[in-house]
Design a protein around this ligand. Structure first.
Ligand SMILES: *Cc1c(COP(=O)(O)O)cnc(C)c1O
Length: 370
């Protein structure tokens, strides 16, 4: 499988993943649950999970139950927490395949207890308390009742409790310390009731890396594993992380278009003079977005996109002639030029993980090491 066969592809540097995992665990000082949901944020869940486990990760988590199946089928044996909804049709398989489920409501407890009874096998859960995210989980003052209800079923084993930050990636945010206090209150309430879940985890990547008071007995990070720094440019990218993803394409065409011509759908870029225009075989169908201001790198130099990008192709300005097949970088480094995920996220007014997960699955992921 050579890279030459692909018009566009993503390279994932597994050495970067390995280093990110090790450095994150060192920094946190507690075990790490690596979040590999959504195909490890578009990086490839099986490959990233295998490297993460080899680098010392003891738990994994995903958001869809179907994602746990992919990891198990790849032979990955560490405990996996399913963070999102498990549908009634998936419950039996979840119990049988030893997936740990997010116990975020009484209804879910009842559903799992019933099926666990029918199957004759207990289910392991992490209780979910909502400390401010406003998503899944019971309120702090309900956590003891939920834990008691679960334990009263006789077939629900509480292995952990967790919660999720809403704003830990914002510098100087007032909610984050409040969420830490609420989580501690939930921990204290369980302890007072004689319930001691082994794993207490609140921190996502931002919490893990910059909020030492929020590490409890485990942290739960996804972005850090693949080298995504959640603070964008509000805090400088740290020396202890390495981006893992590079997105490349090959030049398909290079030709001079005459003054008076215009480029692409809507003809929004009329040429006032002759211009050398390249075409790259990548478009919004791949996850490159139809937004103004896009750039790519060719010959170690950033060049602007011309006109609107198409579903599968994009026209670019070329300062000089390049041969058919010349390598073009959409995200990553070439020569002295660099385009970061952060740059695309800012351009698209969204998060970096929205950009990385948005790279369509039809773009092959190639795994490299350095
Ligand atoms: C996505 C997610 C994470 C990981 O967040 P990062 O900031 O990428 O580390 C952790 N916990 C939950 C519940 C999540 O949904």
């Amino acid at each position: 499988m050579t890279i030459d066969q692909y018009p566009t592809w993503v390279e994932i540097n597994l050495s970067a993943v390995e280093s990110n995992v090790k450095r994150t665990i060192e920094r946190a000082g507690v075990p790490l649950m690596a979040v590999v949901k959504d195909n490890a944020y578009g990086h490839g869940s099986v490959e990233v999970a295998k490297v993460a486990v080899a680098a010392g990760v003891t738990y994994l988590s995903v958001s869809r139950f179907s994602e746990t199946r992919i990891l198990r089928q790849a032979g990955i044996q560490v405990p996996i927490l399913s963070l999102g909804m498990v549908t009634p049709a998936e419950v039996d398989e979840a119990i049988v395949s030893n997936v740990i489920v997010n116990l975020h409501s009484f209804e879910v407890a009842e559903m799992f207890a019933q099926r666990a009874r029918a199957i004759g096998k207990p289910v392991t859960v992490h209780l979910k308390v909502d400390t401010g995210m406003g998503r899944l989980g019971v309120q702090v003052n309900e956590i003891v009742a939920l834990a008691r209800y679960a334990l009263a079923q006789g077939n629900i084993q509480i292995d952990g409790m967790f919660s999720h930050f809403a704003n830990a990636d914002l510098v100087e945010d007032s909610l984050t310390p409040i969420q830490v206090i609420r989580f501690q209150q939930a921990v204290d309430a369980l302890h007072e009731d004689g319930i001691y879940p082994r794993w207490l985890h609140l921190s996502n990547t931002a919490g893990t890396l910059v909020h030492p008071e929020a590490r409890f007995t485990m942290t739960r990070a996804g972005s850090a594993v693949v080298g995504i720094w959640p603070f964008n440019y509000d805090l400088p990218y740290p020396e202890y992380l390495r981006p893992a993803l590079t997105w490349k394409a090959r030049l398909a065409s290079c030709k001079i278009l005459p003054a008076g011509w215009a480029i692409g759908y809507g003809q929004i870029y009329p040429l006032t003079q002759d211009e050398l225009i390249g075409v790259i075989p990548v478009g919004y169908g791949d996850g490159f977005r139809r937004t103004a201001g896009n750039e790519v790198i060719i010959g170690g130099q950033k060049v602007p996109v011309r006109g609107r990008l198409c579903m599968d192709q994009t026209m670019i300005h070329l300062p000089k002639k390049y041969p058919f097949g010349e390598e073009v970088v959409l995200i990553g480094k070439q020569g002295d030029a660099r385009i970061r995920l952060e740059d695309l996220a800012l351009r698209y007014d969204t998060s970096q993980v929205d950009v990385s997960t948005g790279i369509n699955i039809r773009v092959p992921r190639i795994y490299v090491r350095d």
